[in-house]
Design a protein around this ligand. Structure first.
Ligand code: PLP
Ligand code: COI
Length: 376
């Protein structure tokens, strides 16, 4: 019997950093229009004047690195991303410091996560050098889109997808990497005020051996229906449990979760099927620096119930690039609630939030070397 070996995906291995070509937009927004957008950016509604595009083919590897006018991507209707969702993305922010300089936060972690997502989705890996260079290239033309008001930033959205026109189910041999950028205020319309979350017991986000640890569109698609249900229950986000036993906390639709114990211990769920958040990792470090015990381990919903009933769990918060640190007031489920709907933000929650954003915005020393300058 003969078998056909699967086509190997060539690894990152671009030997030299890619050289980018710039085609400036002839249609860039006027200063006044841009300023009006930056004054009230919202989240994910407005986009800058340019974008990055890099092509990959099986025979050439990564090539044609470009900064182009922001605009439509033209793909054949048979492009495999439309059919088999071979797509991954990242999210990070550019922050304007008081001296005007533009920095981003731990971009090498986003590059590494994109590489891990790429491996899982059988997409080619982009090197960390090229990933970070793509951000610098975009900021070089669109730096004026980084707002300077408190709590605002330019959200950077790198993504990679299968662009090959082919309906056979196999890893694409033609892929595109892109970066778009969107000025951002608070992710939740209520700003930093506490949110309620809905416990999904009917739906799971990801299962054992699935794609839960990858940042891929499919995971978000699977969260949309439970997220809609959460809205009907007056909740801003949905919390998923593990698919295997329906017992352990996983994460929210777009954020990780922390529980804070009375003795100062922070606990955050460990699981193979959730996203290893960069905000989560940074919070663990900042809390440990302050002398807190931090536990990355399995956390059951029963533990939360018991800790809430005994008063041992005193704060809960969600975290992620878009959400930064968002206090959680109440967990709602079909047959129980934990916490009060109007509970104020926790003290530790808000002080960690302050410290993290102070580092990101350059108001505190960058003692862990987390910042990368993008505009120089
Ligand atoms: N979990 C999910 C599902 C997310 O979408 C995000 C946001 O990116 C996170 C967790 C937090 O990850 P990070 O802190 O790297 O943004
Ligand atoms: C991010 O925080 O970067 C995300 O991708 C989450 C999404 C809810 C915007």
């Amino acid at each position: 019997m003969t078998t056909t070996a699967p086509t190997p995906i060539t690894p990152a291995a671009t030997e030299f950093p890619l050289a980018f070509q710039l085609t400036p937009s002839t249609d860039a927004r006027a200063v006044l229009e841009r300023e009006a957008i930056l004054a009230d950016p919202g989240f994910g509604k407005h986009f800058t004047d340019h974008m990055v595009q890099i092509e990959w083919t099986l025979d050439k590897g990564w090539h044609n690195a470009e900064v182009l006018p922001y605009g439509k991507i033209s793909l054949d209707p048979a492009a495999s991303v439309f059919h088999y969702a071979q797509e991954i993305f990242e999210g990070l922010k550019a922050y304007r410091h008081a001296d005007g300089a533009i920095y981003t936060f731990r971009p090498e972690m986003n590059a590494a996560r994109l590489q891990r997502s790429a491996v899982r989705l059988a997409l080619p890996e982009l090197s960390t050098v090229d990933f970070i260079e793509s951000l610098k290239q975009l900021i070089a033309v669109d730096g004026s889109w980084v707002p300077d008001a408190a709590e605002t930033s330019l959200y950077l959205r790198p993504f990679e997808m299968a662009t090959e026109s082919f309906l056979g189910v196999r890893a694409a041999q033609k892929v595109g990497f892109y970066v778009i950028a969107s000025p951002a205020g608070a992710y939740f319309s209520g700003g930093v005020s506490p949110v309620n979350i809905w416990l999904s017991t009917e739906f799971n986000r990801a299962g054992r051996g699935g794609m839960g640890a990858a940042k891929t569109g499919g995971n978000y698609a699977s969260s949309l229906l439970p997220q809609e249900l959460a809205y009907t229950k007056g909740c801003a986000q949905v919390l998923f449990l593990d698919a295997q036993e329906g017992k352990y906390l996983e994460e929210l639709g777009g954020m990780n979760l922390f529980l804070v114990y009375k003795d100062g211990t922070l606990v955050t769920p460990e699981s193979d099927s959730i996203l290893a958040g960069i905000t989560r990792d940074s919070i663990m470090q900042l809390a440990r620096d302050r002398g807190h015990d931090v536990e990355l381990r399995k956390v059951s919903i029963e533990e939360w119930k018991a800790g809430s009933a005994s008063g041992d769990i005193v704060e809960v918060f969600a975290c992620g690039t878009a959400a930064v640190i968002t206090p959680v007031a109440q967990l709602r489920a079909e047959d129980f609630t934990l916490g009060e709907a109007d509970a104020p933000a926790g003290e530790l929650t808000m002080s960690l939030r302050q410290e993290l954003t102070d580092i990101q915005y350059g108001r505190l020393p960058d003692r862990h070397g987390w910042l990368t300058r993008l505009d120089a």
